[in-house]
Structures are given as C-alpha cells and as structure tokens.
Design a protein around this ligand. Structure first.
Ligand code: IPE
Ligand code: IPE
Ligand code: MG
Length: 267
C-alpha cells in the first residue's frame, strides 16, 4: 500500500497536471482504491459528428483517452481495468466502421506494447476472440504472451464481448462437463459459474464507469457487475481524461457499499 501511495504522489506531481488534478490526487484515499475498474468507452461517434468529422476520427481520438486512463490506473495501483471496446452487437455497424475499429486495435497494440510492458501492465482479453479478424487475433496473442509475466495493472480488453453470450457459453460448457461426469450438477454454485466465465480468476468490478451520458449496461459484465458502483458522466469518451477518472474514484470512495447488508460505519 505504501508503494502504491508513493506512486500516487509521484504521479500527482507530474508536471502536466493542472492544479485541479493535483487537488483531486490529494483527495484520494490510498486505502480505498477500487481493485477493478470497468469502463464502457462510449461516445466516439458523437464526438466526431459534433465536429463534422467522420466517426473513424472519433474512434482514433478515443484511443488517446484509453492511453491516458491505462497509465493513470497503472500508477494508482488499480489491479484490473476492463474496457469495453467492441460488443457482440457492434457487428451491426457498417463494415467500414468495424474494420476501422479492428485496425485501430492492432495499431494501438503495436504502438503501445513496449510502453505497456515497461509499465508492468499485463494484457488480457474477454469475449469471443476467435471470431475477430486474424490480424487482431495475432496482435492480441503477441501482447498477451509478451506481458503475461507482468505483475502490475491487468488491462482487460473486452472485444466481441457480450454478457449474455458469456453466460450462454458458460452454461454450454457446464452442460458438457456435467454430462462428461467431470462436474456434479449438485455442486454448481455461484463460484463455479464464475469460473466458467471469461473473467475467471478476476475479482468483480468495484466501479463501472460509462461516459457519454448513456445510463445503460449494454450487455457489459452482466454477472460480474452485480454489486458494482456505477458512475456516469456526460463527457464523451474522447474527452475523458485523468481528471474524470479521479473524480469517479473519489466519488466511489465516498460511497457506502452494503452488499445487501447493513450500514457499516466509515473508518
Ligand atoms: C464507442 O463509441 C465505441 C464503440 C462502441 C466501439 P460509439 O461509436 O458507440 O459512439 P456513439 O455512441 O455513436 O457516440
Ligand atoms: C457499448 O456502446 C459498447 C462499447 C462501448 C464497446 P454502444 O454504443 O454499442 O451501446 P448502445 O448501442 O448505445 O447501447
Ligand atoms: Mg455508443
């Protein structure tokens, strides 16, 4: 914890931080950092359209936000950052937009891998990766393999991800294992189900952020978000900066999580 706090202080002193961001850093409680933050990176299209630009440029601008947020989470000592980058429903978009998104993913991984590795970030994925274009699959495989031994932030890319699809796949596999005699149906409990999800071995998200003003889950982490704290903001993802993340974390730190139990007094 002390090490993490020191890194917060170091980052807080970063020369590019505005006084407002410096103040936000000072308001953070290092003992109450969310272990897992999940973000629905939404609003790229509107960001571009409002500027009279093609949607593709909105997606490109969104990559900059991702860069900054990954760095910030990494230096805050957050354990897991899951970002919704492409849903199982996003295939409904024009083929050209889908291609742009896949190309940007490959470009991001190629350009950023060294830096991610340098920052001790471990890259992982959730979703039906086997259905992505080969170029994207290859880049993801390289990134995951090269960073697999890293012990800092886990950057979890949700790609071709859908919560219902994830649960359906888990049910299928549980059915297979049960009929093969590997799993006794009477032993199935919430822990076992969690182990069959893409997120097996990861803690549930503590804080779920959705920018762009939309207030819906859009098929993201349906099982895992059972007790996540939600944080919405009107800012579009390409405008989402370190400041907004810090605001979300501070808000989270001031909430009382009861998990269905009774109020616990603050320390
Ligand atoms: C999020 O931005 C990126 C993806 C869904 C892949 P959008 O493209 O959904 O942007 P809006 O919601 O149309 O503004
Ligand atoms: C959710 O955003 C998916 C991602 C950000 C990848 P969408 O823009 O696809 O969600 P809806 O259509 O507004 O619910
Ligand atoms: Mg959207």
């Amino acid at each position: 914890m002390v090490r993490e706090w020191l890194s917060v202080l170091r980052l807080g002193k970063h020369k590019n931080n505005s006084p407002e961001v410096e103040d936000l850093y000072k308001s953070l409680d290092s003992d109450k950092m969310p272990v897992h933050i999940a973000i629905i990176m939404d609003g790229n299209g509107r960001w571009a359209t409002r500027r009279g630009l093609p949607r593709a440029l909105g997606h490109r601008a969104g990559v900059e936000s991702l860069r900054e947020i990954v760095k910030t989470c990494s230096s805050l000592g957050v354990g897991f950052l899951t970002v919704y980058a492409f849903s199982t429903e996003n295939w409904k978009r024009p083929a050209e937009e889908v291609t742009t998104l896949m190309d940007l993913l490959v470009e991001y991984l190629n350009k950023e891998l060294k830096e991610l590795h340098h920052n001790n970030v471990r890259v992982k994925t959730i979703g039906r990766i086997d259905e992505l274009p080969a170029k994207a699959r290859d880049a993801l495989e390289v990134a995951a393999a090269e960073t697999s031994q890293n012990t800092g932030l886990t950057l979890n890319l949700a790609l071709n991800y859908g919560g219902r699809n994830e649960i359906t796949e888990a049910v299928k596999q549980i059915g297979r294992d049960a009929s093969a005699g590997v799993l006794n149906p009477d032993d199935i409990d919430e822990n076992i189900i969690s182990k069959y999800l893409y997120t097996a071995g990861m803690p549930d998200p503590d804080l779920l952020i959705r920018p762009s003003g939309e207030q819906r889950i859009s098929n993201f982490l349906l099982w895992q978000a059972a007790y996540a704290e939600f944080w919405y903001c009107p800012v579009l993802w390409p405008d989402f900066r370190r400041k907004h993340l810090l605001e979300a974390v501070i808000d989270y730190q001031n909430r009382q999580r009861r998990f269905g139990g009774l109020h616990h007094s603050k320390k």
